[in-house]
Design a protein around this ligand. Structure first.
Ligand SMILES: [Zn+2]
Length: 120
């Protein structure tokens, strides 16, 4: 008897699109992944105010391929002392989803309410 049961798989895994994935809440564009969570100022999640006094919950990620940084790095009103920041928008729909922070290292602070962890 031939043991000819080839490893059959009908799974269509996209390496980048896993349970790990975190999407833009507005357009479900893949923004980042849980595995890229990092702590800055000793926490992953921070509650911050922007210059207009608006409150944001932001989450820190070391990478966010779906977040596009724009313009010149700015040091005013930075949420992380010593870091410069750039406004970052969703690559899919242009929604402001956070900021890219840069100094010796680079990370993204993404606005929690503008992210979702599933497509539905
Ligand atoms: Zn989007």
């Amino acid at each position: 008897m031939l043991d000819n049961t080839t490893a059959h798989s009908d799974r269509t895994d996209d390496a980048f699109e896993t349970d790990d994935a975190i999407y833009c809440a507005a357009c479900i564009y893949l923004v980042t992944q849980r595995r890229w969570r990092v702590a800055r100022r000793e926490a992953h999640e921070h509650t911050v105010f922007n210059p207009a006094g608006r409150l944001f919950d932001i989450l820190c990620f070391k990478e966010a391929p779906g977040a596009l940084p724009h313009g010149e790095a700015c040091g005013d009103f930075t949420w992380f002392p010593g870091y410069l920041w750039k406004i970052s928008t969703c690559h899919g729909c242009g929604t402001h989803i956070g900021c890219r922070f840069e100094r010796a290292d680079v990370f993204f602070g993404l606005i929690k309410t503008r992210l979702v962890d599933r497509k539905t």
